[in-house]
Design a binder for this molecule. Sequence first.
Ligand code: ATP
Ligand code: LTN
Length: 340
Amino acid sequence: MGTSSAPVDPYHAGMGRVFSGIKPTGPVTLGNYLGALRTWVDAQDADDCVYCVVDLHALTVPSDPAQLRALTLELATVLVAIGLDPRRCTLFVQGHVHEHAELAWLMECTASVGELRRMTQFKEKSDDQHFVSAGLFTYPALMAADILLYDTDRVPVGDDQRQHLELTRDLAERFNSRFGATFVVPEAAVPPVAARVMDLQDPTRKMSKTEESPQGVVLLLDEPASIERKIRRAVTDTGTDVRYDPVAKPGVSNLLAILGAATGRHPAAVAEGYDRYGPLKADCAAAVVELLRPVQARYAELVADPAEVTTILRAGADKAQAVAGPTLARARSAVGLLPR
Ligand code: ATP
Ligand code: LTN
């Protein structure tokens, strides 16, 4: 349970609350799956989980309306295909629950320009762009709102989101100390293995769904032959020895981390079984293909009947709003907004 004495909503009683989100900015990658989504599925058994397709976040970078709609539905379908079960979690689209945008404003007024400027994701995504939206800059305030609306204890994310989680905690604590206990202060939950899956063509860069590097990025819905080809052609390092050393051997270590995550072993232990790159690549490709096979089969069933996912999202938005509404009301009242 959370660390503050904020009131707890009825869905939450007796269980920890888990919340996380993913942007509909492109096709889901193996990095998204191993670093975050797989842990979302596992958390459903023990905790009260709320998961969100964060479409408002996707608007922070230039996006095409028809494509955004299609990607949002496709992403929700993938989330059901990986095993998010609407009977055991709440799955919804951020833009369906207006409380997110509204609490984001209170968070923007809690955050300082200085702390937003220090966010490395903002620096990376704004570098070399001719148009940088104000939304890209205030993005972490919206992310904080997403999390705080649900009295969240734990946020399963990849390693790249640690800094945003630290900021979320700072904002919650600052708000609570200024206005009285309102929010639960959440913690990041980053997996021990594959928290940062790297690009197969440039293992010094994070594998990312918006990267223009099709050969370096394994997509969840890639055909088996394509997965095998991408992994076989992965850039490896000088020398021929196989050992887990992300600094000296980033390419090989990335493959060891992927194979380890796919087979439930530590990458250093995986390395002991190999003395050449070829067999490591072959086993890594085979393990990824097997890992994704059931997800792809379920996805094929679900796309045949899009109404099923739409229905899940509608019910999810209702459930989410039943929690978010009272939290927003608490925050509005705490800062002194006059009731209507
Ligand atoms: P974009 O390229 O648009 O920034 P992204 O894939 O980096 O997209 P999200 O879609 O919002 O970002 O990420 C969803 C989750 O996947 C987050 O928890 C993030 O930390 C995790 N994640 C993203 N990329 C990786 C990666 N390469 N390795 C591990 N986890 C990742
Ligand atoms: N900022 C995250 C996506 C995101 C998120 C969230 C993650 C938006 N809101 C709430 C966890 C909880 C990203 O860029 N990957």
